[in-house]
Write a protein that binds this ligand. Sequence first.
Ligand SMILES: [Zn+2]
Length: 257
Amino acid sequence: MIDEWDLTATNQYRLSQRHYEAAVLPIGAIEPHNLHLPEGQDFRHTSWVARRSCELAWEKCESVICLPTIPYGVDCNLMDFPLTIHVSQAALDAMVRDIITSLHKHGIRKIVIVNGHGGNEFVALIRQIQTELDVHVFLCNWWKVGHDKYHEIFDAPDDHAGEFETSVALELYPELVEQKVAGDGKTRPFRFEALEKGWVRTSRNFKNVNDHCAAGEPGAGTAEKGKKYLDLVCGRISNFLAELAQSPIDEKFPHVS
Ligand SMILES: [Zn+2]
């Protein structure tokens, strides 16, 4: 069976018979995740979430298309760790802008960026491109989608490669998780209360956080927790995609008319 929601799988014949209302563009990163998770963690889990969400949405509307994942992300603050690949936000923005322009040329005006890396920021680009092109672009940082239920599933908070990300990896690609080599994920606190409380933000150089590029305890991660969160997230994202695809672009879109 050919999955017509997958741009890398469908073909020109099938594309010419269809109209797609919405496109999904996943974006990840290639960077260390503690010592035990794959370098492609953000690329792998984000691809999976975007693809699964499109597959589920397709059952409801048959008009969403999933693009291949941009693998690289903004990682200049992790360059002290082996084989981190950094791509500047400006370069990412340029590529995303060109992809959106291509989609617009093909008549797709609803675009959802599914982002899986906290270092990537697309809101400024979205604000700008919506004033230049007749498109509606939406950003979904997928790890946040189920945050209202986070504490019903997980015991500890996870900033980077902790319980949450280890659980997701154990559910999706357990053969790539080397749990026994994981560092404890304990972080060096900030010296300023404002930064600790979070009402002042900065960008952390991860080599000053700890020596294994992690922020969050991996020990309590299980595949079962990962599955629960992924089911929740993909259910929500797929519902949004189907609603979006079925909603006509009128004068007040995306607000109520
Ligand atoms: Zn990650």
